[in-house]
Design a protein around this ligand. Structure first.
Ligand code: ATP
Ligand code: AH0
Length: 368
């Protein structure tokens, strides 16, 4: 099947779109991929939806997300059309589109309290606009079955490792708003969970201090010193005392512990925090992978990557070093997951989201 996968991550920077050819088990080919950045206005509409979701907090009636969903339909349609142009394909000849939508709120299950997760995005509207089937709503079934609802990319990471013939055990680390790790053992068994805050906190802190929501290449962190007290505050969070499966929301951590630090020291503290939490994650795996392939925007943060090597004591490679497209892996993953949804194959597993047995998920709608 020729499938375009779409991801709009928690940093609200844009829509990632990538075409792959897959039968839902093997990756048979890679087509074009791109990022369609959000304009300031589009980003503002999405940020308002996230704010409304945080205020709602899964209590009472759900806020009206229709403005944000209209932005998602329009921008995701444009991203698919751009990929199809590059591939010289008409969108209505695609076999399927995998539409993650936008996570506006995620609450991991805890004790007897069930988890909740909400990805907005109108799959039917996108199918109608493109004239091809769309798979969406990938996380709800897993959460309804008692799973974490995240991470879902691990089964795709395993397919990438298989296709590239990489030696196992191996780890894949995604540094997005939140970090998540996938461990694939020698027999191909999967363990995965969210590691801790990654770019989300760094971006929020930098935006606060400099007006630019990024520590480009880690230049600011490289000039600062981490504050041990602030690190201890962050590491006190229950997440770090638990074994996986476990997941996080982009907003589970605040900037309070770094509020009084200089910009450089705050950036250094948050970067060391990410590196140490990756180390803690590695400590919780049944065995240390020999190396870690890093994807997501955070792999461009050189300070962060070298901190991970020192704090976690592991060889780190950016995705490109093994021939992967570091910015497109999540989009590719949702194309692959869409194929699995269409075929009723599992997309989440006891080792990835904590469900009792491998679970299918997602819904497919056809253009009307
Ligand atoms: N050159 C760079 N230097 C430092 N950080 C960078 C650089 N380029 C990108 N980033 C970081 O990567 C982030 C975007 O990463 P990515 O697109 O993987 O996140 P996302 O998909 O939105 O998040 P998630 O995976 O949590 O949904 C930016 O917000 C920024 O912090
Ligand atoms: C609820 C949600 O949207 N989680 C995202 C987020 O971004 C990174 C991390 O937190 C991961 O758990 C997940 O995304 C990736 C694509 C996943 O499901 O594998």
């Amino acid at each position: 099947m020729r499938i375009v996968g779409l991801m709009s991550g928690t940093s609200l920077d844009g829509v990632d779109a990538a075409l792959i050819e897959t039968d839902g088990e093997r990756i048979l080919g890679f087509g074009p991929g791109l990022e369609r950045p959000y304009t300031r206005d589009e980003r503002a509409v999405l940020a308002r939806a996230v704010e409304a979701a945080r205020a709602w907090s899964f209590e009472g009636a759900e806020p009206d997300f229709s403005d944000a969903e209209a932005v998602l339909t329009r921008t995701h349609e444009a991203a698919v059309r751009a990929v199809c142009d590059a591939a010289k394909l008409a969108p209505d000849t695609l076999d399927l589109v995998g539409f993650h939508g936008q996570t506006v709120l995620h609450r991991a299950p805890s004790g007897t309290r069930p988890g909740r997760t909400r990805q907005i995005g109108d799959g039917q509207a996108l199918a109608d606009a493109l004239g091809c089937p769309v798979a969406f709503d990938f996380r709800s079934a897993d959460v309804a079955a008692g799973g974490q609802g995240a991470p879902l990319a691990p089964v795709y990471h395993a397919a990438l490792i298989e296709a590239a013939g990489l030696e196992r055990p191996i780890g894949v680390l995604n540094l997005g708003g939140v970090g998540n790790i996938t461990h694939v053992d020698a027999r191909g068994a999967l363990i995965a969970f969210d590691t801790g805050p990654a770019n989300g906190l760094i971006d929020a802190f930098m935006e606060d201090r400099t007006g630019t929501a990024m520590d480009t290449d880690g230049a600011t962190a490289a000039q600062g010193r981490p504050h041990e007290g602030a690190l201890a505050d962050y590491l006190d969070h229950a997440h770090f005392g638990q074994d996986g499966p476990k997941s996080l929301d982009r907003w589970d951590f605040s900037l309070d512990p770094v509020r009084n630090l200089s910009t450089e020291d705050g950036a250094a503290t948050l970067s060391v925090l990410t590196a140490r939490t990756v180390g803690l994650a590695l400590d919780r795996l049944p065995e240390r992978p020999k190396r870690l392939v890093v994807c997501g925007g955070g792999r461009r943060n050189r300070t962060l990557l070298s901190l991970i090597e020192t704090a976690a004591g592991i060889r780190v490679h950016a995705a490109e070093a093994v021939g992967w497209r570091g910015d497109l892996i999540e989009a590719e993953a949702f194309a692959y997951l869409a194929a699995r949804t269409m075929k009723g194959l599992p997309i989440s597993f006891p080792g990835t989201t904590g469900v009792d047995k491998p679970m299918s998920g997602g819904r497919v709608v056809r253009p009307r």
